[in-house]
Design a protein around this ligand. Structure first.
Ligand code: SAH
Ligand code: SF4
Ligand code: F3S
Length: 440
């Protein structure tokens, strides 16, 4: 009899949310969450293959579990997520102690596996658990949510963009939008259960609706969800710059509950590199959209993703990326060294950059942005800002923590019954990654 589960999640917010769905299925089947991996009967590794480093983390954890399984042969090990989809059956061959492998489109197969395990040990749902499922977006799975204030809501699955460095279109399959009705009811039920903030998830939310039978786009969806009054904040990730429209800028401005923060991955400042990445925009076009956004919502915060050391990136190309950071003045960036991914187009490109140069460029870019982020945060000192209180701070349990509409973290001394409330704080001190304030 299996009864305790533990999930170890690697990777992006989408994967964290998938783990909530996996937990939802376990809970619905009568399982309880174990305190950690040590006293679990089933361990799920929900994996990420976006970069080699993420992959390595999974393989070292898997190595650790080999020993755990030796000590406890009844332990079941399942592998989910993007590496599962990428490596498929080969995982069983290389690591025979794995019991079940299922892809991101097959989380619901877990249900069958769990039930079958309880009845007889010989079933083999493997062959169905790794097929991409064109109808996955029509399902609403049970979700065991990690928090009580903020919740993730999937609005679409997969990606059709095929950026040449990226593995996601191969691991998550073709783009599919969920029906606006299903999304609406999920958000409504979240509101009724006390949630105050939702983050809409998709690899490219700006193309929401294109693959749907409904005549609806992402902006229409925002207007529709905005009618759910108890939801006080709406966020979304990720926007693709090519599809980011003036209509969406108007929606962010018009709808008070849509947060004043945009994550718009630039990836590189050089047009040659952007072209070779198959991103579908030039720096000029990207910059024009940022200018329009800032003209319309001056205090909006903007963050981005940057890849350094993409094949063929010259010193001049890299300088273009530094220049773009200087020009745009982001509130924050996530920067990565280019990592070769199996099956992607960029592997075939000439002039791969050596590891030392990549590390040097990453160091430079992070250093360069550090000052910009710090200055931006510093400029908030003395200001009175509204935050949504999320609960006790993880790093300092004496303090409470919340977030501004612009997605900046504010820690402050306050009562725990403020959780879930919108309050005003005066910013007293700005740090690199957070602000410290006083509730007023
Ligand atoms: N769909 C989103 C995010 C995808 S993954 C988007 O299009 O922006 C998150 C980030 O990981 C990407 O924005 C990119 O900066 C980075 N990334 C993806 N593949 C990578 C690779 N092979 N090497 C390094 N960084 C990568
Ligand atoms: Fe990857 Fe590009 Fe799709 Fe983002 S838009 S998931 S970077 S292929
Ligand atoms: Fe997310 Fe990693 Fe897959 S970033 S989409 S879990 S490859």
């Amino acid at each position: 009899m299996l009864n305790k589960f533990h999930i170890h999640t690697f990777g992006c917010q989408m994967n964290v949310h998938d783990s909530e769905k996996i937990a939802g299925i376990f809970s619905q089947s009568g399982f309880q969450e174990a305190d950690g991996s040590n006293n679990a009967d089933v361990i799920v590794l929900n994996t990420c293959s976006i970069r080699e480093k993420a992959e390595q983390k999974f393989y070292s954890e898997l190595g650790r579990l080999k020993k755990a399984k030796k000590n406890n042969p009844d332990l079941k090990i399942a592998v989910a997520g993007c590496i599962a989809q990428q490596e498929k059956e080969t995982l069983f061959k290389r690591f025979p102690y794995i019991d079940f492998v299922f892809g991101p489109d097959n989380i619901d197969n877990l249900q069958r596996w769990v039930t079958d395990r309880e009845q007889d040990n010989n079933c083999d749902p493997q062959t169905t658990a790794l097929k991409t499922n064109p109808y996955y977006h029509t399902k609403t799975l049970p979700v065991k949510r990690g928090g009580q204030v903020r919740a993730w809501v999937s609005i679409m699955y997969g990606c059709d963009n095929f950026c040449t460095y990226c593995v996601v279109p191969y691991t998550r399959g073709r783009e599919r939008s969920r029906s606006s009705k299903d999304i609406f009811f999920e958000v409504k039920s979240l509101a009724e259960n006390g949630f105050k903030e939702i983050t809409l998830l998709g690899q490219n939310v700006n193309s929401y609706g294109i693959t749907s039978h409904e005549n609806i786009d992402f902006t229409d969806l925002l207007y529709k969800l905005h009618e759910i009054e108890l939801i006080q904040r709406i966020r979304f990730v990720t926007s693709h710059p090519r599809d980011f429209s003036e209509k969406l800028i108007r929606a962010i401005k018009d709808l008070p509950n849509v947060c004043d923060h945009l994550h718009l991955p630039l990836q590189a400042g050089s047009d040659d590199i952007l072209k070779s990445m198959n991103r579908g925009y030039t720096f000029e076009e990207y910059k024009r959209k940022i200018d329009l956004l800032r003209a319309s919502i001056p205090h909006v915060s903007i963050t981005t993703d940057i890849i350094v050391g993409f094949p063929g990136e010259t010193e001049e190309d890299f300088q273009c990326t530094l220049n773009s950071l200087a020009e745009i003045q982001y509130d924050g960036i996530f920067a990565f060294k280019y990592s070769k991914r199996p099956g992607t187009g960029a592997i075939e490109l000439p002039d791969h950059i050596d590891e030392r140069t990549k590390s040097e460029r990453l160091r430079k870019i992070l250093k360069f942005q550090e000052d910009i982020t710090y200055r931006k945060n510093k400029s908030l000192e003395g200001h009175l800002i509204e935050i949504l209180v999320e609960g006790t701070s993880e790093n300092d349990t004496e303090k409470m923590t919340g977030r501004t509409t612009t997605n900046k973290i504010v820690n402050f001394y306050g009562d725990s019954n403020l959780t879930g409330k919108l309050i005003k704080v005066k910013i007293l001190d700005a740090k690199q990654h957070s602000l410290y304030g006083e509730a007023v």
